[in-house]
Design a protein around this ligand. Structure first.
Ligand code: ADP
Length: 308
């Protein structure tokens, strides 16, 4: 069970508990500096969402942490090792859900997962038995009914579930998810969110995900990191970020069947007055703070210095 507070600014996570530790990470492609000093840390069992405009360097950051790209400079430690030089045993503790698994179309789902899972057997430990038993895994990702289907016969949503199953078959300590729910219908998305909670609660898996779906980030992430202009410009829970951005709250209610909406920087005095004046006649009362989307737009917009 993860009981980590909603936010530690990453640098406050004690070094011994850092599953991810990134200091002053820089990446240059040709003459272009994409990452210009990215610093953050994550502790075990945390879910981090990395947000940012297209081209901000999210994929670059994740691929450096996965060991798929070599950074220009900076210190990066992932599960106690430098991804640029870490070996097979380290790799076995990491799960990656890529955009979509295109190979092995002729394999049947159960066979493929059994085959891929077998690789992890030698990295099994008492604390973390590897691989995930195929039938349990099929159940957890909702593919039991498709277990004997060939991969190329799966629907888009089933295919994505398979991507997720492939990413977690080795029961990773750390899981990277790149836009995990693109193409999911609402039910598949909800199942996936349940799965993420299960992975963090039961297995204490640390998760770093990218998404453009801010509602998803808000639902899943303990911490949200916003990458813009080559740096992390915000780091906190959705609530904390929304408090950083001054904005109006929206109060909605109905009275005698009529709907009302009122905006206020501080909703409390208005609510007090409303209840004092109308008491039991007030129904359907709702107070809505800045959504993560409002907050995100403001932070990125302010950082970039407004429209160009
Ligand atoms: P994001 O995932 O946030 O959209 P990326 O990490 O994919 O951002 O890309 C960040 C920037 O780096 C983009 O401008 C992209 O064009 C550039 N870039 C990414 N990979 C390479 C590469 N291999 N060579 C040169 N430029 C690259």
């Amino acid at each position: 069970m993860t009981l980590t507070p909603a936010l530690e600014a990453g640098t406050e996570v004690p070094p011994a508990e850092r599953v991810i530790d990134v200091r002053d990470l820089r990446m240059r492609y040709g003459a272009k500096d994409v990452l210009q000093g990215v610093t953050f840390a994550a502790r075990r069992g945390q879910v981090l969402a990395l947000l940012g405009p297209n081209g901000a360097g999210k994929t670059t950051t994740i691929e450096i942490l996965e060991g798929f790209r070599v950074r220009s400079s900076g210190e990066v430690t992932v599960l106690g090792a430098d991804p640029a030089s870490a070996g097979e045993a380290w790799r076995a503790r990491i799960g990656v859900v890529l955009q979509s698994w295109r190979d092995h179309g002729k394999w049947r789902v159960r066979e493929l997962l059994g085959h891929l899972g077998a690789y992890y057997g030698r990295y099994s430990t008492e604390a973390r038995v590897r691989p995930w038993p195929v039938d349990d895994l099929l159940d957890v990702v909702g593919l039991t009914a498709s277990a004997d289907k060939r991969v190329l016969r799966l629907s888009g949503g089933q295919r994505r579930r398979l991507d997720v199953a492939i990413g977690i078959v080795g029961r990773p300590d750390l899981l990277f998810l790149d836009e995990p729910t693109v193409g999911f219908d609402p039910e598949a998305r909800r199942d996936f969110h349940d799965l993420v909670h299960r992975l963090t609660d039961v297995d204490d898996t640390t998760i770093l995900l990218t998404t453009h779906d801010l509602d998803e980030a808000e639902k899943l992430a303990d911490r949200i990191l916003i990458l813009s202009g080559g740096r992390i410009i915000a780091d906190g829970s959705a609530d904390e970020l929304s408090r950083r951005v001054a904005g109006e709250s929206e109060i909605r209610w109905t009275r005698d069947g009529q709907r009302f909406v009122h905006s206020a920087a501080d909703p409390v005095p208005h609510l007090r007055e409303l209840l004092q004046q109308y008491g039991d006649d007030i129904a359907d009362l709702e107070v809505r703070r800045n959504s993560l989307e409002d907050t995100y737009m403001r932070l990125v917009h302010d950082f970039e210095g407004g429209p160009k």
